[in-house]
Design a protein around this ligand. Sequence first.
Ligand code: ATP
Ligand code: MG
Length: 282
Amino acid sequence: MDYAKQFIVTPGSKVDLTKIDAGYKDSHESHEAAMPEIEAYRDKLRDLQFRLYAETKQSLLICLQALDAAGKDGTVNHVLSAMNPQGCRVYGFKQPSAEELAHDFLWRIHKATPAKGEVAIFNRSQYEDVLVVRVHDLVPKSVWSKRYDLINDFERLLVDNGTRVVKFFLHISEDEQLRRFKQRIDDPARNWKISDADYKERSYWADYQKAYQEALSTCSTKHAPWYVIPANHKWFRNLAVSQIIVKTLEAMDPKIPAPTVDLDAIKKQYHAAEVAEEDGKV
Ligand code: ATP
Ligand code: MG
């Protein structure tokens, strides 16, 4: 199945999240059954990122957005597990600092965008400024409503400069979120991940869905598409996200650069013995 085609928010279309099944898992019966495919994409990801890093001409920005416990951290882990940390950086965007608030909302974001050859993963992103900010009226509507166009223009700037931008919304159901919160309470190793704020935010579920729908509908562009990933099944989420990243990198087609030196000359000069041996064998 081509998940990029299946889960893309077609530019100009209106997203209705109530119509998207968060529990979707394609025809895969179980995690175990999907394992070989998941591993195959991980291998492809490794190879493609190596080539991107070696090529040093283009970069990839992956934005992850989701409600609490929808699996942003798990997705970062999965994608990162396939990558050379030298060429991949992760940024988490929390509540802005006083210094960040003293600048325009894209200031902190722009500083974190990937350099040529790099992959950057954003755990939350520029979209918080039309999501949490909108839901909690942190700035007036006259301010946040202009940000959709500003974000589209910003992403266009990145794309024009050689950065591919892909954005994933990890879509979980309300029940699944509650189940995961409960697991965090029951599992001592995960207690630290739960807070009162998570339950408070949950009470704004409908407002968040509305804000997400507008962000997804308005900011899925040809140059920087949004994908809505069914994420109730963590393994399916990993499979779909990694397949789409692989496809994106394949389209970028990074190439290992040609050698900058005369390999034969170097071989003859510094590996004379081996060259003589090889010649003798012929
Ligand atoms: P986890 O999902 O593991 O809890 P997290 O990303 O939610 O991780 P937290 O420290 O719990 O991390 O929360 C960060 C908070 O910062 C979120 O509630 C998010 O909405 C908020 N935040 C991020 N960007 C902005 C912004 N521009 N303005 C206001 N709040 C923001
Ligand atoms: Mg949180």
